[in-house]
Write a protein that binds this ligand. Structure first.
Ligand code: ADP
Ligand code: MG
Length: 390
């Protein structure tokens, strides 16, 4: 069951076999960039050594004033996992999406999403560089390794889709020249992206190639705040279907859906002081991220009594299951350590702090094929009997 394996190396986290599951919240503080150093920024976001605590220092607050007013210059945040400049890509992966991999293989849905302001390190964590790949590649790499262990025993089908939400429009990153795609709800209420390409990848190299091609197709336009600001959400969806090939009589089919999402920058459009088209895009980004924030607020409310409006944006419609439904969900909040990004870091940390209180309800996606076959056999028998009666 889901409790036995946390993926190793990670903190002792409860992955319950079924039922209510808290959203796992991780925080990554990236190293200071050369630009930040050149601007004379001071480090204000720290990981407490050997702990899952982030300390954020208010650079504006004068130390003596704070003391007199009995205020603290510091705010402490507790998360499930915290990594800082000393953590490499493999460590961040090992303490995040790797924890969900064994449960995905057991037939549980999972979602990993990167949150944070532009420049905070989301794409570095999720995609990484060709030489030092991130969470998306490492997860798929290990998924293939796991699958190989069952060669000859289990049959696997792994397919992938990669889409972008930009300006509330959905584009297929694996077929960038195709037209915008629409969301549809199937009979069970599951959201589908109509016409989205699904590619069967067999090797980690193919995946790597696909991810980088897809990422180059992402909409990236320069803004005043950031030259390579990304205002789009990139959603990688991996579908895993598996079947035991030896036990034909108790034939179970397991399905799992794994989302890995690189969200657009969470900073406010107003802060970039943009106008015209940029502003409109900003407003749209806010629509998806605002809707996400509203959902997180409603879901983290005690007793979970508030109405959760998933229908407000494309992003929340796609993430409906990941946030309030059948999925083990992990959020990686990203912050810069620099004093010049204090406001953004504080917003991100507050947001992540609320996400801790979200609970999802997980169950394994297992279909007992033999049960269905037995039912069909009965129906056929009944029909035969009826024919003979005629
Ligand atoms: P975002 O996707 O959140 O806008 P990026 O991932 O593009 O931010 O990161 C901004 C810059 O910081 C990039 O140049 C990236 O290479 C660098 N960077 C981000 N995180 C790290 C890290 N953990 N270690 C080293 N460099 C990083
Ligand atoms: Mg990015």
């Amino acid at each position: 069951t889901g409790t036995k394996d946390n993926g190793g190396g990670g903190p002792p986290m409860l992955l319950l076999p079924s039922g209510e599951q808290q959203v796992i919240v991780a925080c990554r503080i990236r190293p200071m960039t050369d630009e930040e150093k050149l601007e004379g920024a001071m480090p204000i976001a720290h990981k407490v050594a050997d702990d899952n605590v982030v300390v954020l220092l208010d650079p504006e607050e004068d130390h003596d004033n704070a003391l007199r007013a009995n205020r603290s210059r510091e705010r402490k945040y507790v998360f499930d996992v915290v990594s800082d400049k000393d953590a490499d890509q493999q460590e961040v992966y090992a303490s995040s999406s790797k924890l969900l991999l064994s449960s995905v293989l057991e037939g549980y849905n999972a979602t990993v999403f990167a949150y944070g302001a532009t420049g905070a390190g989301k794409t570095y964590t999720m995609l990484g560089t060709e030489n030092n790949p991130g969470v998306m590649y490492r997860t798929l790499h290990d998924l293939f390794v796991e699958i190989k262990k069952f060669e000859g025993k289990r049959e696997y089908q792994v397919t992938m889709s990669y889409l972008e939400i930009y300006n509330e429009l959905i584009r297929d990153l694996l077929a960038p020249s195709s037209s915008f795609l629409e969301l549809r709800e199937d009979a069970k209420g599951t959201i589908q992206v109509a016409g989205l390409s699904e590619i069967a990848a067999k090797t980690p190299e193919e995946v790597m190639d696909m991810l980088h091609k897809g990422n180059r197709a992402r909409t990236q336009e320069p803004t005043k705040a950031n030259k390579t600001s990304s205002r789009s959400h990139a959603v990688l969806q991996v579908n895993i279907k598996q079947r035991d090939i030896n036990r034909s009589h108790t034939d179970q089919v397991r399905f799992a859906k794994l989302y890995m999402i690189d969200l657009a920058g969470s900073e406010r459009a107003a802060q970039t002081q943009n106008t015209g088209k940029r502003m409109m895009e900003g407003a749209h980004i806010n629509r998806s991220l605002l809707a996400l924030g509203n959902c997180i607020n409603a879901l983290s409310e005690k007793g979970n009594t508030k109405y959760v409006n998933y229908r407000d944006s494309k992003l929340t419609r796609i993430l409906k299951d990941s946030l309030g439904g059948n999925s083990r969900t992990l959020m990686i909040a990203h912050v810069s350590p620099a004093s010049i990004h204090f406001e953004e870091s504080r917003n991100t940390l507050n947001y992540a702090d609320r996400a801790k209180y979200i609970k999802t309800k997980v169950r394994r996606n297992v279909v007992d094929v033999s049960y269905h076959i037995a039912q069909y056999k009965q129906i056929i028998q009944d029909l035969r009997n009826q024919v003979q009666l005629l």
